[in-house]
Design a protein around this ligand. Structure first.
Ligand code: ADP
Ligand code: ADP
Length: 222
């Protein structure tokens, strides 16, 4: 599902990724751990097409998601590719405050030009799965932290992406809500065979994932 080799990234003279190789199978739930500054977020952003690797021709960098290489796509192709294949969950839910939970979740479907009725039905299903069906018409400031994060997960999943990248998804949740969200990731994987890559400082989560990748100084060391 995700095949990458020779990912390098520099900011000026600071070499943040020093040649990362990685191979993640469909339906795997993988955690990425490591000290702050190790390059975890940068790697996730690059795998998620939100940032670009440095000197790709020099290093013969390759990144394939779902059998497709996106390194040489133009901006328009990349946006479309991202919207169809990738869902993101961040530490802070990043819901738009003026929209309801349902409206927030539907945003990616509007970008994709999806059928509105089908999209809304899918959203209802997700709200059921995520146990937030009673919060459809609430605005983010009327939701608890755990609920808002589940709405953000619904938004990440609405276009049925094959890959979900999560950067510290439970960093802002108490341990009960964090455990619930972890369980949810595994339930979704079991149900839809989606692939999850999760940057986390949460040892409970890192221990229960299928595989734990440890990053240090811009490399995967374990
Ligand atoms: P982690 O997620 O493991 O904490 P990051 O990928 O966020 O690590 O950051 C790795 C290093 O790259 C850090 O030293 C950080 O300050 C630096 N860095 C990240 N993004 C930028 C940027 N846009 N410009 C300059 N330096 C950056
Ligand atoms: P995390 O806590 O996930 O490691 P950070 O707080 O390090 O994230 O970074 C948050 C955002 O700021 C990221 O998008 C990263 O690219 C950017 N960033 C991090 N360090 C720097 C930096 N030194 N200069 C510019 N941007 C940075």
């Amino acid at each position: 599902m995700i095949k990458a080799s020779n990912i390098h990234k520099s900011y000026g003279n600071l070499e943040v990724l020093k040649g990362v190789d990685l191979h993640i199978k469909t339906g795997e739930v993988v955690s990425i751990v490591g000290e702050s500054g190790a390059g975890k977020s940068t790697l996730l952003q690059i795998l998620g097409t939100l940032d670009t690797p440095s000197n790709t021709s020099k290093y013969h960098t390759e990144i394939e998601l779902n059998g497709q290489s996106f390194i040489n796509m133009n901006d328009k192709q990349i946006s479309k590719f991202r919207n169809q294949n990738i869902g993101f969950v961040f530490q802070f839910h990043q819901l738009l405050p003026e929209f309801t939970a349902l409206e927030n979740v539907l945003i990616p479907t509007k970008i994709a030009g999806a059928n509105e009725k089908e999209a809304t039905e899918k959203a209802y299903d997700l709200f059921e799965d995520l146990k937030i069906a009673h919060r459809l018409n609430h605005k983010p400031n009327q939701l608890s932290g755990g609920e808002a994060q589940r709405v953000a997960v619904a938004r990440a999943l609405i276009n049925s992406p094959k890959i979900i990248y999560a950067d510290e998804p439970t960093g802002n949740l108490d341990s009960k809500n964090a455990d619930d969200l972890h369980r949810l990731f595994f339930d979704l994987r079991d149900k839809y065979n989606q692939t999850f890559v999760i940057v986390t400082h949460n040892p409970n989560l890192a221990e229960i994932t299928d595989r734990k990748l440890v990053m240090k100084d811009g490399m995967i060391i374990e």
